[in-house]
Write a protein that binds this ligand. Structure first.
Ligand code: PBG
Length: 324
């Protein structure tokens, strides 16, 4: 049967019908809100390349998380901006650093908010790489204990989920064993499994002061040209005990996201990263696109490609637009 008997427009005639046949849903429950946390009190320092986002002290982070929670956003992910950096990123596992203090304060103030923490060394190392560096090379195996120590310190502070983003080989299994050995078998791992060496992390690195001081991350983050390799990375992480896997960034990798969704049964997350946020905000600020519609269309596309969970700086805006 074809035209004129078949007319797809019949199902687009009214909003009620469109709603009835809609394939993809978008709700505040799908979002994780990323927050940059730092020391001090009453700090709410704007991030220039991410208008509307802030570096937050613990008290300000709790206030904003309360707002997110009130809008129906179930989770936040914390990134730390430490007081000092050194060659081994020792502040990453410091129980008095911003991530650990904020995780404790959040679990105290909002016990049913899901607290996710980003586990990486790049915010804490003076060279800005995600692992230990020797003779200009980022070492894999010697970095694992440091990452595991950071993850355990987050769990001890109350994190529900730890999210390793360093892309070292074997880190999911290493972290899983360390968590279990310390009595945190209930803490889940959200693995940044397919994390690409992307230009779209630029604003984040400004926000977190984590730009590598030499070279780049191409010897550990994935080559943007590769999709099959993402399936391999995801399979390895699931085998090592990842409870959820992630594709990052989101928009330039929707094809990878769809393939990962088909390949695994664990929940799949996608990270709508800082550069994606900055692009949309910059165009909207110039009046070049309709901000609210662009936000919802973007997030819907990420869900349609297969993400169960979307990490997005637009979480609160989108939740408001969705009537949360
Ligand atoms: C830390 C980390 C980065 C992001 C999340 N975790 C930066 C990087 O790998 O350089 C990027 C998030 C964003 O751009 O919003 N390794």
């Amino acid at each position: 049967m074809t035209f004129p008997l078949t007319r797809p427009r019949r199902l687009r005639r009214t909003e009620t019908i469109r709603r009835m046949v809609r394939e993809t849903t978008l709700a505040p429950a799908d979002f994780v809100y990323p927050m940059f946390v730092t020391g001090g009190r009453g700090v709410r320092e704007p991030i220039a390349s991410m208008p509307g986002q802030f570096r937050l002290s613990t008290d300000a982070a709790v206030a904003l998380a309360r707002e997110a929670h009130g809008l129906g956003v179930p989770a936040v992910i914390l990134f730390g901006i430490p007081a000092h950096k050194d060659a081994t990123g020792s502040a990453a596992a410091d129980p008095d650093e911003a991530v650990q203090r904020t995780a404790r304060a959040l679990k105290d103030a909002l016990p049913d908010l899901c607290v996710v923490t980003d586990v990486c060394l790049c915010e804490y190392t003076d060279h800005g790489h995600c692992g230990l560096v020797e003779k200009g090379e980022v070492l894999n195996d010697p970095s694992l204990d440091l990452l595991a120590a950071a993850a355990v310190s987050h769990a001890r502070a109350g994190a529900d989920v730890v999210a390793p983003s360093d892309m070292m080989d074997g880190r999911v299994g290493h972290i899983r064993r360390a968590l279990d050995a310390e009595g945190f078998s209930g803490v889940a791992i959200l693995a940044y499994s397919a994390k690409y060496a992307s230009a779209f992390y630029g604003p984040f690195r400004e926000a977190a002061g984590s730009t590598p001081q030499f070279g780049d991350r191409r010897a550990y983050q994935m080559d943007p040209a590769n999709a099959r390799e993402a399936l391999r990375e995801v399979a390895l992480d699931v085998a090592e005990g990842a409870d959820m896997v992630m594709v990052k960034p989101a928009l330039p990798y929707l094809d990878v996201l769809a393939r990962v969704r088909d390949a695994v049964d664990v929940p799949v997350a996608a990270y709508n990263v800082s550069g994606e946020y900055a692009m949309l905000e910059a165009a909207a600020a110039n009046g070049w696109l309709d901000r609210n519609r662009a936000i919802l269309e973007t997030l819907t596309s990420i869900r349609r490609a297969g993400a169960d969970v979307v990490l997005t700086y637009h979480a609160l805006d989108a939740a408001r637009l969705l009537g949360g």
